[in-house]
Design a protein around this ligand. Structure first.
Ligand SMILES: Nc1ncnc2c1ncn2[C@@H]1O[C@H](COP(=O)(O)OP(=O)(O)O)[C@@H](O)[C@H]1O
Ligand SMILES: [Mg+2]
Length: 467
């Protein structure tokens, strides 16, 4: 009998395939049998004529790999099924279809507009943006009323989606513990609260006996990777990944009270004569971000407060107008004990001064009753990035040149999650949640702060060494 078995789940894959949550993320390390688990899970409802499944990879070449694997499994298991290579679809005897698709660009999602799928799987979810992932939820509808609908995904740490995937599946609960979120829906004047559940099922190469047996050297290859990548891909450590830009960032509770070896600290107070630098990055469909900074007598910079206009984790803005944002800034500056009655110097994304399409965003924020003023920030990207690196560096005593009060939650969450761009390899990938990072750059590139650095260090800061 055993010879008739084409594929059977290994123990971790069996756990993944038996979860009842609406969304399940599987893996978190290389070689754990993630793609196999997603491909075989797609078969669950293929006896139903109306069943439609979709398995996504970010790019077409990556898709090739899983299509090849589907041929090894679906072919012998369903001899009457045919694969149509032009449309990338398997058609089963019942009429059920399993599609393979890519989503290289955000506009690719419109390929799926008007389609519905009972099963949607994202292979390597950290290659996708949150927008792409959540858009596909709208395509997850049943063709017949008793069909199961659900979303499955696999992922490794790292990549453009690292931050939101970690925030959605890894941070809220330990592995295998369901995370429940409520969604309020208005219907006929009444609010109905619906529940959605999700869970993370971890696996590493050590859970993949087939691979350990057939390719024992694969483990050795993972062990030989640079440390950060090895921790991520071999052991599934989500705090360490290849491509992370600010690896030196530390959020260390033991240092909250004295700032030793931690960039995150408890709030402290400052003399009343010190001004505040207010940095601003405008966003509408993406979050907007404001950060307030104070430079102490020694030239150390402290981020005291933040305003983040969007859905943290999803990178979706809350579409406030410039006037609404200005009103919120004014309110915070009037009421925050640490900010009120100080001189405030505004510095912003230079693009908000653009008047080519009518009144500029900067102008709209200046009007009564808000009176929020900015000067143009220096948007020289690599120099700004080096300023951040230089500031984050700890000296021999474990003191840094830049600290964040622990209430600056979005800055603390997003700064360590930024990754390098694939196209401009020295720079931060702007597809990520980089809004508070941009704020930080504009503020650090301000002349007064640069002057402070010069008086503090005997060596001039330039030329910058690239890391
Ligand atoms: N249940 C299984 N039975 C046999 N081989 C498996 C099984 N699961 C995974 N494999 C094999 O292990 C290797 C790695 O699995 P894969 O799913 O590609 O891992 P990942 O996507 O996590 O990197 C592949 O060659 C795959 O075919
Ligand atoms: Mg894979």
């Amino acid at each position: 009998m055993k010879n008739n078995i084409i594929w059977q789940p290994q123990p971790k894959q069996a756990i993944f395939q038996s979860r009842k949550e609406y969304e399940v993320l599987y893996g978190g390390a290389a070689g754990g049998g993630k793609s196999d688990a997603l491909i075989t899970e797609a078969l669950r409802q293929v006896h139903r004529p109306n069943y439609r499944a979709l398995i996504l990879r970010k790019t077409v070449p990556q898709l090739r790999e899983i299509i090849d694997r589907s041929q090894q499994i679906y072919g012998p298991a369903f001899p009457k099924a045919v694969y149509k290579s032009v449309e990338h679809v398997w058609i089963f005897e019942s009429g059920a279809k399993i599609y393979f698709g890519s989503m290289n660009h955000i506009s690719d999602r419109f390929k799926y507009q008007g389609s519905r799928f009972e099963y949607i799987a994202f292979d390597e979810l950290t290659h996708f943006t949150a927008e792409e992932y959540f858009y596909m939820f709208s395509r997850n509808r049943p063709g017949d009323k008793d069909m199961q609908i659900y979303i499955r995904a696999s992922a490794n740490p790292g990549g453009i989606g690292h931050s939101w995937v970690k925030a959605r599946f890894i941070d809220p609960a330990p592995p295998l513990s369901p995370i429940i979120s409520n969604v309020d829906v208005m219907h006929e004047g009444k609010v109905q609260t619906l529940q959605r559940s999700r869970v993370f099922v971890p696996s590493t190469v050590f859970d993949n006996e087939a691979l350990m047996k057939n390719a024992p050297m694969y483990v050795a290859s993972l062990a030989m990777l640079p440390e950060a990548e090895k921790q991520a891909l071999l052991y599934g450590d989500w705090n360490s990944f290849q491509g992370q830009v600010f690896k030196e960032f530390r959020d260390n509770k033991a240092g909250y009270s004295n700032g030793i070896n931690s960039h995150v600290i408890d709030e402290i107070s400052f003399p009343a004569n010190l001004p505040v630098y207010r940095g601003f990055d405008f966003g509408y469909t993406r979050p907007y971000a404001v950060g307030w900074f104070i430079v102490d007598e020694n030239g150390t910079i402290y981020m005291a407060n933040e305003l983040y206009g969007g859905d943290g984790g999803k990178n979706i803005g809350n579409k406030n107008s410039p006037v609404e944002i200005a009103a919120q800034i004014r309110e915070i500056e009037k009421s925050s004990p640490i900010l009120k009655n100080r001189q405030i110097i505004g510095v912003a994304d230079p693009s908000i001064f653009d008047e080519s399409r009518g009144e500029s965003i900067a102008r709209m924020m200046e009007y009564s009753p808000n009176f929020i003023y900015f000067t143009k920030g220096d948007n020289t990207r690599l120099a700004g990035k080096m300023q951040v690196h230089n500031r984050l560096k700890f000296n021999k005593e474990g003191r840094a040149g830049l600290y964040f009060f622990k209430n600056c939650k979005n800055m603390i969450r997003t700064l360590p999650n930024l990754v390098y761009s694939n196209s401009r390899v020295e720079d931060v990938d702007t597809e990520g949640e980089d809004h508070l990072y941009d704020v930080l750059r504009y503020v650090l590139m301000q002349k007064p702060l640069a002057n402070f650095i010069k008086t503090r260090d005997t060596k001039p800061l330039l030329p910058l060494e690239l890391m």
